[in-house]
Design a binder for this molecule. Structure first.
Ligand code: UDP
Length: 368
């Protein structure tokens, strides 16, 4: 297939502003390239593709960055800034897709416009939905696409998809990671870890409280989206509990993360997947998480981590202690079985081919 992948308008690839979508895009593009497809990525000006995606073309667009949906509030109207990147990306997509004969467009942005366009244009647009329910306007437009043709939608986990009133069973594609990019670390340090955007929905304060209870250091990696929130968390625990390590590229992140004895994952929202959960496991780090959203589905208690009831910091503290009993090799093996880039690409390919009109399905008997 000849595919156009449209990235998020909240920030350039490589900046960290796109959160998990940036790594998802890398896994998706690299995996589909490996399967012999032809890929073009359309993203914000200033974007960089990782080496694994060198076989894809990169097109960029200027424009004002889109505010991220999850920080607008559930009742917020749809926002489109003047000279906005989102509109520029989709103008370019609608011009290029028929002209350059793309078989399909794959949208990774959790924004209203591309969903709303989908039933009205001849270009086959598919959406890999990257969050659960965060706003009424987004819920409505996702359900509208589903009611029109649900084959155009895929989700990362069942827990995420369950947020939407879908007419049919959802396509769930998980996510995919390059196992070679993560080294297994058998001998950890006495250090707890936490990774994510530093923003209220990620619940860093609970992990900080558990580390403080245990008198252990918590290393924190991630982009500070909300500086006031970061300062409040820092002030909530004894000085020296939090070891702020900043936002690192994957190669360095995994090198440091692998040295943790456990990762604490404490989101307050219905996390769609939780890339960092699987990245930690790939390094051999057991994950202690709330039984909520994607992490609640990815963590198999005793196999790759432990689960506790959501928002129960006392239980989180006990489980963080108990995580030493989880076999680190088992964590890595779980990722090899469930979340390889190859398996993810095969699931994506099946989803796209299943949703294309027969005359456009390359590889089937019905090629036009
Ligand atoms: N991340 C990173 N460097 C860091 C911290 C985080 O590259 O120092 C990346 C991480 O690899 C993951 C993303 O940030 O892909 C966070 O994604 P996740 O799915 O956990 O949450 P989201 O931000 O999408 O809500």
């Amino acid at each position: 297939m000849k595919l156009l992948v449209v990235s998020t308008p909240v920030g350039p690839l490589g900046s960290g502003r796109g959160g998990g979508v940036e790594l998802t895009l890398t896994g998706l593009v690299a995996g589909l390239l490996q399967r012999g497809h032809e890929l073009t990525v359309l993203a914000a000006q200033g974007s960089e593709l990782s080496l694994a995606c060198a076989g894809a073309a990169l097109w960029t667009c200027p424009g004002a960055l889109q505010p991220s949906c999850q920080h607008q509030g559930r009742e917020a109207p749809v926002t489109l800034p003047a000279g906005g990147l989102l509109a520029n990306l989709w103008r370019r997509t609608l011009e290029a897709a028929p002209r350059d004969r793309f078989d399909a467009v794959l949208n990774l942005a959790y924004d209203w416009l591309p969903f709303w366009l989908t039933p009205s244009v001849a270009v086959p647009i598919f959406h890999l939905v990257s969050m659960g329910s965060v706003s009424r306007a987004m819920d409505a437009v996702i359900i509208e696409v589903a009611a029109w043709d649900q084959r155009r939608l895929a989700f990362h986990t069942q827990a995420q998809a369950a947020d939407f009133s879908l007419p049919s069973r959802p396509v769930v594609v998980g996510n995919g990671f390059d196992l070679e990019a993560y080294s297994f670390c058998a001998e950890p340090e006495p250090l707890l870890g936490w990774v994510g955007r530093i923003a209220p929905e990620k619940g860093l304060e609970d992990a900080a409280a558990a580390a403080a209870q245990l008198g252990e250091r918590l290393a924190v990696w991630g982009l500070v989206e909300d500086a006031a929130y970061a300062a409040a968390v820092e002030a909530s625990v004894p000085a020296g509990t939090l070891d702020w390590r900043g936002f690192l590229p994957t190669a360095e992140l995994q090198r440091q993360l692998g040295r943790c004895r456990a990762l604490l994952n404490t989101p307050k929202w219905n996390e769609a997947y939780g890339n960092v959960v699987v990245e930690a496991m790939a390094c051999g780090v057991p994950v202690v998480a709330y039984r909520r959203g994607g992490p609640g589905e990815l963590v198999e208690p005793g196999v790759n981590g432990l689960l506790v009831e959501p928002d129960d910091v006392a239980a989180l503290t006990l489980a963080a202690q108990a995580a030493v009993a989880v076999d680190r090799r088992g964590c890595r093996e779980w990722v090899e079985r469930h979340a390889s880039r190859q398996a993810f690409a095969a699931r994506l390919e099946a989803w796209l081919q299943g949703g294309l009109p027969p005359s456009r399905t390359i590889g089937s008997q019905a090629v036009a």
